[in-house]
Design a binder for this molecule. Structure first.
Ligand SMILES: Cc1ncc(COP(=O)(O)O)c(C=O)c1O
Length: 394
């Protein structure tokens, strides 16, 4: 590989085609700005792509997770099992409903919930499990669903990063009772802010549609396109306002026309990294497992200059940070893969937790590193990252 002069490579970059940008104009010109035909179109394309029976667009993944738990009738004092290594909102939505977060440690090989630990966490108050398909790697849903069935628990998949992730050929978000995706700009399909709930369950879908629209029993589309001008919707639930705008949906819908290309490009980029780094003993790249198609929302690695154990974590953390600084100085943006929620002040204080209570989440928090990966990344940009990583010579 030839040596490349200094470049700036961001951790992620939004890459929209001109036609996708233009698509936003249609609802702006038509005047139908919220929860209209473009939202319906986006939902239909999402269902077609993922195989979900129902797709319900909402304002973010976080609000979608909240709506999903509300639709299940989660009550204060109910308990929900949440992986300790995830974005904080997976846990926050449980708190918002007054219920109790029960953290589960992760499997450091996949960064996902460690199924072996579920049995020690379930109580008579447990109502749901919230597995996360972190960074585009599916959680091990077969044993999770079997466990949930055995203990009569709901399963709500946090599929924020799950676009393009499949588990035994089935798209994530269609494996539990509900799944929720994010369209934040660091995700493969973006609407700025936005989310999509998927479910195979007709009754849950109807409840979710009501709850996102102030609890209304009839949608705006039904009212405005119907023949009876005097119709007022009834409101059987005290719902929320989580309606997506039509210009956001237009942007999402336009990107769905190249959904497969986007995923394939991300998978191709990940494979180039895999091939470049497989010989480095100090960098563990994302695992490959039979039956799992990784969607590569990001490219999370573990920095392993020595064997990982609780005593080594602070030392590895110091060296990882120095390496991240070095890459930053070379113009390459990296990030810790995400955070361990039990180490964040709110949860640490409320539940009196110690980082070592969830050793793998603690290690992932302090020793992980995500390298730049985004569709639209040029070969030159990726070659530069590869060159700089290989030259780091840890
Ligand atoms: C695992 C996970 N859950 C939830 C969210 C929240 O998504 P949003 O920003 O759409 O609310 C994110 C966002 O990064 C995430 O990574």
């Amino acid at each position: 590989m030839r040596s490349i002069t200094h470049m700036n490579v961001p951790i992620a970059r939004t890459s929209l085609l001109e036609c996708e940008i233009q698509s936003v104009m249609e609802p702006l010109r038509s005047g139908w700005l919220v929860q209209g035909p473009k939202v319906r179109e986006f939902e239909d394309k999402w269902s077609a792509f993922t195989g979900a029976k129902h797709s319900i667009a909402v304002t973010s993944c976080t609000t979608g997770l909240h709506l999903s738990l509300a639709a299940l009738g989660l009550q204060p004092d109910d308990e929900v099992i949440v992986p300790a290594f995830t974005w904080i909102s997976t846990a926050n939505v449980v708190e918002h409903l007054g219920a109790k977060v029960v953290f589960c440690d992760i499997d450091l090989d996949t960064f996902n919930l460690d199924v072996q630990q579920l049995a020690s966490l379930v109580t008579s108050k447990t109502k749901a499990i919230l597995p996360v398909h972190l960074f585009g790697m599916a959680a091990d849903m077969e044993p999770i669903n079997a466990f949930a069935k055995q203990h009569e628990l709901w399963v709500v998949e946090d599929a924020a990063c799950g676009f393009g992730s499949r588990y035994h050929e089935q798209h994530v978000g269609t494996l539990g009772n509900m799944g929720v995706f994010s369209f934040h700009p660091r995700k493969a399909i973006t609407t700025g802010e936005g989310g999509m709930i998927t479910t195979q369950d007709d009754e849950l879908a109807a409840r979710l549609r009501r709850l996102r629209d102030h609890g209304a029993a009839m949608s705006d589309l039904q009212r405005h396109l119907g023949a009876k001008p005097y119709l007022l919707a009834d409101h059987p639930d005290a719902g929320y306002n989580q309606r997506m705008t039509d210009f956001q949906a237009a942007l999402g819908s336009a990107q769905m026309d190249r959904a497969s290309d986007i995923i394939q490009e991300r998978q191709r980029l990940a494979l180039r990294y895999d091939e470049a780094f497989f010989k480095l003993p100090w960098l563990r790249t994302p695992v490959h497992r039979a039956g799992y198609d990784h969607g590569y929302q990001s490219y999370p690695c573990l920095f392993l200059p020595e064997n990982i154990n609780l005593e080594a974590v602070p030392r590895i953390n110091e060296r990882r940070n120095a390496w991240m600084d070095k890459l930053q100085n070379a113009g390459i943006s990296t990030r810790p893969a995400t955070h361990a929620v039990h180490m964040l002040t709110f949860y640490r204080h409320k539940y009196k937790l110690n980082p070592r209570d969830f050793p793998s989440a603690y290690a992932a928090n302090d020793c992980s590193i995500s390298l730049p990966l985004f569709h639209g990344m040029t070969t030159e940009e990726q070659d530069y990252v590869i060159e700089q990583v290989l030259e780091s010579a840890i």
